[in-house]
Write a protein that binds this ligand. Structure first.
Ligand SMILES: [Zn+2]
Length: 162
């Protein structure tokens, strides 16, 4: 999936969580922002990605060590990030947002043909029963659905605040 789709996935996932968990307004904004960051984070393993271009050297190191869509797309990385965030970040909205965004990234990449190594270091490729190709027409449809979902959830969240 492209960076744009992951950003939309992060926004939709963050808004959904904020809406259903009734996160208070100021926290909801922080949570959705963190969720977008979390949604981009796993692709640090890929030098051409949005985050890979920002942190080029770190991206190169991770790519050399693990390759693409392995460690940074695994439950192991998610648990490690949760432990790091719980230790060093005292803001619960940031921690939840990052982890929710990462989970949305995993789910979107699982819907591509290449899938992800969710159980890294085990060499098992996990993908959904129905998959698409990155940059395909289906991905555009997914992006549109995520946008509509985000607008709806954003509207619902604002309505909850009024
Ligand atoms: Zn990815």
């Amino acid at each position: 999936m492209t960076g744009k789709t992951h950003i939309l996935g992060g926004i939709a996932a963050g808004l959904a969580y904020a809406h259903f968990e009734h996160v208070p307004d100021s926290d909801a904004i922080i949570l959705v922002g963190a969720s977008v960051v979390g949604a981009l984070l796993p692709d640090i393993c890929h030098g051409g990605s949005i985050i890979g271009r920002k942190f080029h050297i770190l991206s190169k190191i991770i790519n050399t060590l693990f390759g693409h869509r392995t460690f940074t797309h695994s439950l192991l990385f998610l648990v490690l990030m949760a432990m790091i965030m719980n230790t060093y970040v005292s803001n619960e909205a940031i921690t939840s947002g990052i982890l929710i965004g990462m989970a949305s990234h995993y789910l979107l990449d699982m819907s591509t043909k290449n899938g992800i190594k969710l159980f890294f270091p085990l060499d098992i490729t996990v993908r959904l029963p129905i998959t698409t190709k990155t940059g395909s027409q289906v991905e555009h449809v997914v992006a549109i659905v995520l946008t509509v979902l985000s607008v709806y959830l954003g509207f619902e969240t604002i309505r909850d605040l009024l």
